[in-house]
Ligand binder design. Sequence first.
Ligand code: GLN
Length: 222
Amino acid sequence: MKNTIVGILAFQGSVAEHIETTRFAASKLKMAVEIVLVRTKESLSGLDALIIPGGESTTHYKLCVEAGMWEEMKKIGNIFGTCAGAIMMAKKVAHPGVGQKTLELMDIEIDRNAYGSQINSFAKVLKTTLGEIEGVFIRAPKIKRVGAGVKVLAFNDKEPCACEQTTGNKYYLAACFHPEFTTPLFHEHFLNRLLKSPRLLKSPRLLKSPRLLKSKLSPRQE
Ligand code: GLN
């Protein structure tokens, strides 16, 4: 029986909130999840999934390239990106930073900083397919186009702001807002999908009683 290993890209942004929400969701689902903070190419190996937090996508890009892990990230089977993380996953990005590239994994076109500058950040109640939540939009992007294989989980007004895509045996989940601040629903949804992924289907470790499994954070990673 194996733990589900979830990496969280940990250069910047809402890393602590993702750790806490992932732990909470895992405990609710009684899943044995091990969290690994990802800052090196080595720490990507053996992951079942990766979470890319918000922050600044140009900085994420630069640091991932410097760490030599850019191409390796594309191979991860299950990825969940919030805000800057969602930008990183898009096939096409409008208003990229100078030299900025994306992982080009999800068939979506996303527009960076589409609501304006930091001062135009806002929070609002969103009806999502997972339930009603508070969406926190911080210098958020807008999804301008979704491909045929992409399922929209939430709209802000008429524009998609959360979506998912399964392609082959890969699964991607993206939100323009920050669910890690307000709700465990998206993390639960993501972890639930992991339970269905071929590698884990064989023997995911389920906890007998809901308790928090301590994340394994090596000293090098802390
Ligand atoms: N504006 C940021 C970017 O372009 C995203 C902001 C966020 O993650 N809250 O990457």
